[in-house]
Write a protein that binds this ligand. Structure first.
Ligand code: NAI
Ligand code: MG
Length: 340
């Protein structure tokens, strides 16, 4: 291991994963990040090579490194018993909090918002317990536990406190799912009692979707069970401008994994057109997690500058290829240094 460097597992994955990861590691290296990346495999490519999408070496490496940067993986729907390695890692390492920040850029002048979606990351429908009850009747179980709801609610209120955010909105469908979402809500209110200075709000998941489109500025922290958080965050990414922009952190007690929120985008993979900003912003979150706050801030302002200066890929009407975005950002950082 390089002296004084943080050891971070790097999983490029499938499709555009290696392209956005390549753009990110190149920029981090240029900026002098004290990170030693250790390559690991996961995803459909790994499955084709080893017969499993999550080789044991990858699990062992994550156990030891405790920190990872992840691109994206392809999950083929037609292979029986196949489970997405990212969902497996979240559950195996109890990465219970999925944190997804969404902030509007000046480029899109109609909007001005800054909110975080906190998604419960270990249970709900993602326990993937499905079976056939009888011919033509399929059942999926949805697991909601007091423990998981309590700790994700505590996480949300603690984040509100530390980031000076003053409202937490719990998203649910307890009018239909009275038992499971009812438990989620009662845990939320229980935890809220310890944070009297923070406003609490409940909102049905369907009306949250409309409200996010019409009044995105009215949200601060959104707390959601697994599936609602997944869907609402893709919607919120659309508000920002592209699915390719948004980062996320999967946080547990000891382990942390950072990734863009998008998937492997097989429709554009291999064309050097993927938007790398989601992964670049994820690497900012990674640096902050590693205690490299100064570098994280420097990278964050370089990225927002890059966006303001039109260093964009095709999904946002930009003219740059994935690999060119990094080169342009490096140029911009160089100019910044020389001028000030
Ligand atoms: P997706 O997020 O890969 O793509 C949805 C749409 O957004 C596509 O049109 C794609 O071209 C576009 N897009 C996504 N990322 C982009 C980027 N960085 N720059 C420009 N455009 C971008 O979702 P989709 O198509 O539903 O799933 C594709 C595969 O990814 C599936 O196998 C799915 O299971 C997997 N997936 C993996 C995730 C992960 O690794 N964490 C998350 C979501 C899906
Ligand atoms: Mg998703």
């Amino acid at each position: 291991m390089l002296l004084g460097h943080h050891k971070v597992m790097l999983i490029p994955g499938d499709g555009i994963g290696p392209e956005v990861i390549g753009a990110t590691t190149e920029l981090l290296e240029f900026m002098g990040a004290k990170v030693e990346f250790i390559h690991a495999e996961a995803g459909y490519g790994a499955y084709k090579k080893y017969g499993t999408p999550l080789p044991k070496e990858t699990v062992d490496l994550f156990a030891e490194a405790k920190c990872a940067l992840f691109g994206a993986v392809t999950t083929p729907p037609s292979i029986e018993g196949y489970r997405s390695p990212i969902i497996q890692l979240r559950q195996m390492f109890d990465l219970y909090a999925n944190v997804r920040p969404f902030k509007s850029f000046e480029l899109f002048k109609d909007y001005s918002f800054d909110f975080v979606i906190i998604r419960e990351n270990t249970e709900g429908l993602y326990v993937a317990r499905e079976h056939w009850k009888s011919d033509g009747i399929a059942i999926a179980e949805r697991q909601i536990t007091q423990e998981a709801c309590g700790r994700i609610a505590t996480f949300a209120f603690e984040m509100a406190k530390s980031q000076s955010r003053n409202r937490v909105t719990a998203v649910h469908k307890a009018n239909v799912l009275r038992v499971t979402d009812g438990l989620f809500l009662s845990c939320f209110h229980n935890v809220a009692k310890d944070y009297p200075m923070i406003r609490v709000e409940e909102m049905l998941v369907d009306s949250t979707a409309t409200r996010l489109i019409v009044f995105p500025e009215s949200f601060d922290i959104i707390l959601a069970p697994n599936l609602y958080g997944d869907i609402l965050s893709d919607l919120a990414a659309g508000l920002v401008g592209s699915l390719g922009f948004s980062p996320s952190a999967n946080l547990g007690v000891e382990h942390a994994l950072f990734e863009p929120i998008h998937g492997s985008a097989p429709d554009i993979a291999g064309n050097d057109v993927a938007n790398p900003y989601g992964t670049l912003f994820a690497s900012c979150m990674l640096l902050e997690h590693l205690g490299e706050k100064k570098l994280a801030n420097r990278l964050f302002s370089l990225l927002t500058n890059g966006i303001a200066n039109g260093i964009l890929t095709h999904d946002l009407g930009g003219r740059f290829r994935t690999s060119e975005v990094t080169k342009q950002l490096i140029k911009l950082e160089d100019i910044g240094y020389r001028s000030g």
